[in-house]
Write a new protein. Structure first.
Length: 187
């Protein structure tokens, strides 16, 4: 009997039900469906014409969910070349490659000044226990990546706590589920 492929799926929008296959590892932890549902409910599913940044793209699940729900453009940044290839094959299969760009790079050292846009929604969902949340928020603020009225989604291990204000961003939502905490901040 063949081993089942691990997948996560798009939960709503144009590509609802699309499965995104991935190879499980300690560093790859796709956002759970229930967490994604909460996040997009927080956003009131208002992604029409939004420009998004998925800073630690992994499977691409969050960015593809945003495209499925009407985002205009998603920049996926992922340092693992194999994961970049997986995201690329999925966005080509969905025929949304004109609405996406994939950069194989460390999101904390990327030269964002070469990019034409600021972002309305930034996903920060790095590998756990690597002290990347504060560095990511610092990058967002120092590089001025957030558009006016933009929001930042943060997903982290349950043991990690974030302040109500960080780097000039203000916490507007917070929840937890399973082994994760997740937050929404605004500029």
């Amino acid at each position: 009997m063949s081993k089942r492929q691990a997948t996560t799926k798009i939960i709503a929008g144009t590509f609802k039900g699309t499965k995104i296959p991935f190879k499980p590892s300690k560093l790859l932890r796709p956002t759970e469906n229930k967490t994604k549902e909460t996040l997009f409910n927080w956003l009131l599913n208002d992604l029409n014409k939004k420009i998004c940044l998925d800073m630690f793209a992994g499977t691409g699940s969050l960015g593809i969910e945003a495209i499925s729900r009407g985002a205009e453009f998603v920049l996926f940044v992922e340092k693992d070349k194999r994961l970049c290839s997986n995201i690329e094959s999925i966005i080509k299969k969905l025929n949304v490659d004109k609405s996406c760009k994939i950069i194989n790079s460390n999101s904390l050292s990327l030269d964002y000044s070469t990019l034409p846009n600021k972002f309305d929604l930034i996903f920060i969902d790095p590998p756990f226990n690597e002290n990347l949340i504060n560095k990511s928020l610092e990058t967002v603020v120092k590089k001025n990546l957030l558009s006016q009225n933009g929001v930042v989604y943060i997903e982290c291990e349950k043991s990690f706590s974030l302040n109500s204000e960080m780097y000039g961003l203000r916490k507007i939502k917070e929840s937890k589920g399973g082994e994760v905490k997740f937050y929404l901040y605004e500029g």
